[in-house]
Design a protein around this ligand. Structure first.
Ligand SMILES: Nc1nc2c(ncn2[C@@H]2O[C@H](COP(=O)(O)OP(=O)(O)OP(=O)(O)O)[C@@H](O)[C@H]2O)c(=O)[nH]1
Length: 325
């Protein structure tokens, strides 16, 4: 039997950071497959993880919740017969609905040798309130359907803010285990334990009807669809990306990230990341979420690429902005 772990979380929440830690500290002796679904056309994460010897199936065909049933089934079958893994980790797109991913795995539990194990949502404690307000339909769905919620960036906020954040989460999901300790203070094995300890509760929860991500109410799926308008991620979020061998100046990229993370001049940018070469031939990667960004040195990759995700993106403006770097 192959365990299936779903590690969801909004854009830039820290899913990849968590998965890397688990691979290093908790999954050492297991045969592991990671199924990633990134929103946007260009897969940025896979290169980093391949170095760790993990096989990756990318499904960059847009949104996991739109293309899930078909593509996911095929990917899953392929992965199971080819690798016979002990564990499959699914990292859905940051704007995927966790309930859709759970349903897709459950649907396959009958005929495939799999069992749904972990249902985690990674939540950026710093931006939880803002995301709930602006992107509740997607963000809250992850919180409501997770059995364990791992808060990231808790070391960066005050105790009051952390408590406010946990209260907001508890209003939407009383049953989930909440991890509030900064991850660097915990062993990967401890995190895994917190994630896996919910298995019995999970079964109980699954018997109940899903909690509606729009209003927090309990109603059946059909009822749900009659009363609320539901959006697919690609109706709300757009992405823009670039794949190029040309060099970029790190200083210029830094200025761009400064602008994108602190203004809305190019739309509401929720996430940007990339791996590029500079004019001296050195490779660097960058990560941006609202209000913060970082640039790190990185090993060479097969080509330079970057991706920006947000709402109301000014794609032309972005193109120009990066062309000038
Ligand atoms: N300060 C701080 N930064 C963090 C923490 N977790 C993640 N980050 C940073 O946030 C950025 C995004 O982290 P990722 O792990 O790539 O997030 P993700 O959820 O996989 O992002 P997507 O690619 O959008 O799905 C990176 O720059 C991380 O280094 C945290 O707990 N504290």
């Amino acid at each position: 039997m192959t365990k299936v772990d779903i590690i969801s979380g909004f854009l830039g929440a820290g899913k990849t950071t968590l998965i890397k830690k688990l691979i290093k500290e908790a999954f050492k002796d297991e045969k592991l497959v990671l199924i990633e679904n990134e929103f946007g056309e260009i897969g940025i994460d896979s290169g980093f993880l391949k170095e760790g010897g993990v096989e990756i199936t990318e499904m960059n065909s847009g949104c996991i919740c739109c293309s899930l049933v078909g593509d996911f089934g095929v990917a899953l079958k392929e992965v199971l017969s080819k690798y016979k893994p002990d564990r499959i980790i699914i990292e859905p797109s940051g704007v995927g609905k966790l309930s859709d991913v759970i349903k897709a795995v459950k649907d396959k539990e009958q005929d495939a040798q799999i069992t749904l194990n972990v249902r985690t949502a990674v939540v950026d404690a710093k931006k939880c309130k803002m995301y709930m307000k602006n992107f509740g339909e997607f963000f809250n769905n992850q919180i409501e359907n997770a059995t364990t919620i791992l808060l990231s960036r808790t070391q960066d906020i005050s105790e009051d803010k952390l408590i406010e954040c946990t209260q907001l989460i508890k209003e939407r999901n009383k049953a989930a285990t909440l991890v509030t300790t900064p991850w660097q203070d915990l062993e990967g094995k401890q995190l895994l334990e917190a994630m896996e300890s919910q298995n019995t509760l999970e079964k109980e929860l699954l018997k109940k009807e899903a909690i509606c991500s729009c209003c927090g109410g309990h109603h059946s799926h059909t009822e749900h669809h009659h009363h609320h308008q539901h959006h697919h991620a690609d109706e709300v979020f757009t992405s823009w990306g670039l794949e190029t061998p040309r060099p970029f100046k790190q200083e210029a990229i830094k200025r761009v990230l400064e602008k994108l993370s602190n203004t809305q001049a190019y739309g509401m940018i929720l996430r940007a990341k990339g791996i590029l070469q500079d004019e001296k031939g050195n490779w660097f990667c960058f990560d941006m979420v609202p209000g913060e960004y970082e640039i790190r040195q990185e090993a060479a990759d097969y080509t330079g690429r970057l991706c920006v995700i947000g709402t109301k993106l000014d794609k032309k403006g972005l193109q120009q902005l990066f062309e000038e770097c």
